[in-house]
Design a binder for this molecule. Sequence first.
Ligand code: SAH
Length: 431
Amino acid sequence: MCYAIPGNVKSIAGNLITVDYFGEKRKARNDFYDLRVGDYVYAQGGFVVQKIDETDAVEILDTWKELFFELKKTDAKLSKLYNDKPNLDKGFLKIIDRATYGKSIAHEEALRLLLSEDPDEIEVLHKTANFIRQKFLDNSCCVHGIIEFSNMCVCQCTYCGINSENHTLKRFSLNTGEILEVVEDAVKRFGFKGIVLQSGEDPSYRSEELLDLIKKIRENYPVFIFLSVGEREEEFYRKAFDAGAKAVLFRFETSDSNLYSKLHPHSSLKERIRYLELFKDIGYIIAGGSLIGLPGQKAESVIDDFMFAKELGCDMYSFGPFIPHPDTPLYSHNRPDAEYVLKAISVLRLIDPYGKILVTTALESINPQARRQALMGGANSIMLNLTPKDYVGLYDIYPDRATVDVSVENQIADALQLLKNIGRAPTDLGI
Ligand code: SAH
């Protein structure tokens, strides 16, 4: 099974094309192919990643056709909104009502929702978030694969298990050939259309090497590339975009500059944000976000982070729980409850009806049910781990990561089963 549906090119205006998927139109950017109206393409993240043969496309579309509409029906049924709780607080309902129409909610309203401890309110919040996701984004769910290719890092982030001060950790770094083997499997064997290349901040991995890797992936595999390699020089990011990487996964970690400085003795929030602005300027699709439940972080600050991410213009949000790692300075702090993070995800959906919201592996790690719950509460994107099994345990950013001991085949089977049950199409239908 593939992770995207081929679309039919309906119109072309410069490098912006309109693609049709069973009658639904989406826009996508085409930087690589010579296209004509009537051609078939795969798009990911709003970019055309592959042009495909008409015969192949028609065959694939045939297998999808029934399922495509069946999934939509299931999703529409599961995301219906009805209020069977007559005694809810009026102030709460007013916020929910406005959000239902896609009107953005204010900081204090979002905070009111996040701080709610009332089970009925929380249930209505999740249902509303799911309703909004369905109404504004339909049933597509991005399924990207992540390859963690090096755990070497020069940073001292006090929450992170691969920080340079953790001398007990065995370090590894995959070379270009090894990464390409993983990509080959991901694309050719498993059908991924979007991959994330992630590492610690590893200067021994030279920028030229990374650029060469991106070019080789681009030349050989029709796949959308996300970079998640931290703070590298501006020139690298400009060249990487031209080489074919079109998205970055780069969290600002917290938008509270005092908290940021405490957690990152080597850096500043200003510097981190400068990067995000640079990425925007270059044209990257941005997946940004922060950690939820950091020591000293108040609920107000979580809402600040959401508002900040929206203002930055993030295309995708990656907000996940802080999980204390035993070999870091923050080992003795508590992690947040999964319920709090799930509430936060639903609030985020009310803040931005349109952004893609990722269910992070960290959230799945603190509650195995959380993937389903988050997808039923506003989220619409997941990531599967493609890191080779000899290394995945060493990418030890926090303990007991979900899926480290699950094969790629089983991760895919689990994900597809879940998506089918809740009526989501494992696709990325572009911008
Ligand atoms: N070097 C890249 C990737 C960093 S690791 C970069 O700088 O963007 C990816 C993410 O793991 C980080 O952004 C951080 O938010 C998350 N992470 C690190 N330690 C964590 C912990 N203890 N709990 C939860 N998430 C953590």
